[in-house]
Design a protein around this ligand. Structure first.
Ligand code: NAD
Length: 249
């Protein structure tokens, strides 16, 4: 049980990789605080594992984050998973799209880490380690993708934020890394496929850009999530790990 005894908070745990990570971390012995803006999805998550502590949280709401941080107290791991994919080039990106994407994909991490870091640094003093994991993407990490202008920009910022936190707190035992998945079969990916002009072709195109010839499953990603939040990665900080089916070879 690689994260046994750890208290780990996951954002956007209602569906997709956040949900799968909450379940996988709980199966590996963590006490999981699963948060999402969607209370119905959280109820369904608790039906899947009654030991998960589910809390409604909008990661763009600083007051709610601060209140949750006071309530949660001790914390060993934080997985900032929340994010949104805007589709289009710079010419399709209105200022409100830019602001929304940065608010949800990047500023949320500034808010979450700022609020939870003091309790995590306390844990570093008590047990020598605590870990933050931020959700980036293969889009921007190494490779540029068409129609991912503001999305790729935000995910590049996530990597910069990750390295900055890692550098500032490396002496304390606090580690901070990022994960960069390829195209993962999640509800929001299904929404992107369904909203395309030709959904059948859109799915073929998503699969075609994966050299391994298939979409990633959420549980192709969760082992990396567990690793980066566990003591197994104790010598690893400030890194961005691609789990992308070979896209960025
Ligand atoms: P998803 O997009 O299907 O689900 C996102 C979840 O975020 C939902 O449960 C939603 O309720 C929640 N959410 C939305 N706004 C929120 C807010 N303000 N506060 C809290 N929760 C909120 O899940 P996914 O596709 O696994 O994506 C999760 C993360 O992974 C995102 O950051 C995304 O950019 C990133 N990512 C996805 C892929 C992919 O192909 N699916 C690839 C690389 C990276």
């Amino acid at each position: 049980m690689r994260v046994e005894g750890s208290r780990i908070l996951v954002t956007a745990a209602g569906q997709g990789m956040g949900r799968a990570s909450a379940l996988a971390l709980a199966a590996e012995g963590a006490t999981v605080i699963a948060t999402d803006i969607n209370e119905g999805a959280l109820s369904e998550l608790v039906r899947a594992n009654g030991a998960i502590d589910a809390r409604r949280l909008d990661v763009t709401d600083q007051a709610a984050i601060d209140a949750l941080a006071r309530d949660v107290g001790r914390l060993d791991g934080l997985f900032n998973c929340a994010g949104f994919v805007h589709n289009g080039t710079i010419l399709d990106c209105r200022e409100k799209d830019w602001d929304f994407s940065f608010d949800l994909n990047v500023k949320s991490m500034y808010r979450m880490i700022g609020a939870f870091l003091p309790a995590m640094l306390d844990r570093c003093e008590e047990r020598g380690t605590a870990a933050i994991l931020n959700m980036a993407s293969m889009a921007s990490s190494i490779k540029g993708f068409p129609n991912r202008f503001v999305y790729g920009t935000t995910k590049a910022a996530v990597i910069g934020l990750t390295k900055a936190i890692a550098a500032d707190f490396v002496r304390t035992g606090l580690r901070c890394n990022a994960v960069c998945p390829g195209t993962v079969d999640t509800p929001s990916l299904r929404d992107r496929i369904a909203s395309a002009a030709d959904p059948v072709q859109a799915e073929k195109d998503f699969i075609a850009r994966q050299p391994m010839g298939r979409l990633a499953d959420v549980d192709d990603i969760t082992p990396m999530v567990i690793y980066l939040l566990s003591a197994e990665s104790r010598m690893v900080t400030g890194q961005a790990f691609s789990v992308d089916g070979g896209v960025t070879i």
